[in-house]
Design a protein around this ligand. Sequence first.
Ligand code: HEM
Length: 500
Amino acid sequence: MSLLPLVLSWTGLGQVLLVLGSGLGAVVAFWTTRLLLRHAWYTHRLSCFSKPRANSWLLGHLGQMQSSEEGLLQVDDLVHKYKHSCSWFLGPFYHLVRLFHPDYVKPLLMAPASITMKDELIYGHLRPWLGQSLLLCNGEEWSRRRRLLTPAFHFDILKNYVAKFNTSTNTLHDKWRQVVAEGSTALEMFDHITLMTLDSLLKCAFSYDSDCQRSVSEYVSAVVELSDLIIERRHKILHHWDWFYWRTEQGKRFRKALGVVHGYGSRTGDADGQGLTDEEVQAEANTFMFAGHDTTASAISWTLYNLARHDHYQDKCRQEVMDLMQGRDRHQIEWEDLSNLPFTTMCIRESLRLHAPVQAVTRTYTRDMELPGHRTVPAGAICLVSIYGTHHNPAVWTDPHEFRPQRFDPTRTADRPSHAFIPFSSGPRNCIGQKFALAQLRVVVALTLLRFRLTPGENPDLGTGTRPGGVRRLPQLVLRAEGGLWLRVEPLNPEELEDE
Ligand code: HEM
C-alpha cells in the first residue's frame, strides 16, 4: 500500500500522527533527561564553592541578576559575604562561578589562550553584530588574528594618534563653549563624549573624518540600541534561542539597528587588512568601533565625574597640566607629555578602579581549573570574573568605595596584589587597545581641565543628577549612569581660549 492513500484515510492519519507524536515525545524526554543529568553533575562538581540562596533547585538564581544600581549593590553583598568566589546557576542551563578576589582571578586570566574559550551566555549575543572577530574567536584563529592586529597598537603608531585626540577634543570643547554660551547650565557627558571617542577612533583606525560630533549620528543611536537589546536579551532566557528571538519585537529592532551599524562598518572597512579577508576586516572594524569608543567614553566620563566631585584633586591635576603648558603658545598635548602627567594619571587609574567601564568578563575552559583552597572549576562551567567585585573587594582595598588617587602612587604599587586592578582584564586575552585608551584619556582629561572647571550638575528633566548620592550607576555593556551623567562645565579664560 502506498503512503498517500494511507495518510488520506482517517485511521492512517491517526497512525502517522501517533508515530510523529511519540517521536517528538522521545526527543523531548531525551533532551530533558540529558539537561537534568548535566545540571546534577555541575551542581555536584561546583559544591566546593559557596552557593548564595537560590530560587529553587531547578531555577537557581534565574531572575536574580540585575543590570542596575541594585545589581552592583548585590555584588558588594556577595563580595562581603563570600570574600573570593561563589557558585551561581541560571536554571538548569548555565552553571557559573563568580570570582572577585585577585588570587582566584589570576590563574583564570593567565591561563593559556589555547584552553580558554569565550562562552555563549555573554558573548554569543554579540556574534551577529561583531562576527567571528578578535574579541569573540578562540584557539588558533584567535592567535592568528591577535598576531596580525598587535602591530597596529605599537607605540610608533600610537604616537601619530595623539594629534588626532587633540583635534577631536578641540571640537568637543568648541561645542561645550557654544552650548554654555546659549545658556545651558549642565551637560550630559556620555552624549558628548561618546561622539568624540567615535570621531577620534574613526580618524585613527580608519582615516575617516566622519564629522559625527557635529551631525546627528545614526550609528551611535544604533550602537546604544544594540547594547540595550543585548542586555535585555541576556535577562530573558527564552530569548536565548535564536529562532524565537528573531521573531520577537526586540529581535526585529535588533536586526534593524544591526543594518545601520553594519552599513557604517562597510564604509570604513577599507582599513589596512593585511592578511585578513574582506569579511574579517569588516568584523574587526565593527569590533574596534564597538570595543574602542564606548569603553573609552565611559572611562573619560566617569573620570571627569570623579574630578568634579573632588575639586581639590581637580585643582591639583589642573596645576600639573598648567605647569606642563608653561611657556607654550598653544594648548596641545604631545606624545612626550603623556609621561609627565603623573597625578592626572593616578586619578585616571583610580577612576578606572572605582568605575570600571567593563564590569565583568567571562570564560570557559577546556579542562578543569585548579583554584586556591582545593577548589576546582570543572571544564565547561562559566567563570565570571567580576572586575567590579575585585575592584571593590574590602579584603584587597581599604575603603573601596572612596575615590583616592594616592592608591596609584607609583611608589606604592608593591602594596597591591597582582590582579587587584584589572580594568583591561589581563593575560593573553587582555585588551589590545589599552595603551590607545590610556593615551586618549590623558589627552582629553588634561585639555578639559586646562579649559574648564567641572562641578556636579543636574539632569534638567528629572531634577536628579550628579549631586552626591544622586547618580544611579547603570551597568550595561559598559558602565553608564541612569538618566545620564550631568556636569556643569564653566569655561576658564574664555577670551583667550576662543582663538584656539
Ligand atoms: C578604557 C577603555 C577600554 C576598556 C576599559 C577596555 C576593556 C577591555 C576588556 C576588559 C577586555 C577583555 C574582554 C574580554 O575578555 O571579554 C577588552 C578586550 C578587547 N578590547 Fe578593550 N577596552 C578599552 C578600550 C579599547 C580600545 C580603544 C580598543 C580598540 C581600539 C579595544 C579593543 C579591544 C579588543 C579588540 C579586545 C579583544 C582582545 C582579545 O580578545 O584578544 N579596547 N577590552
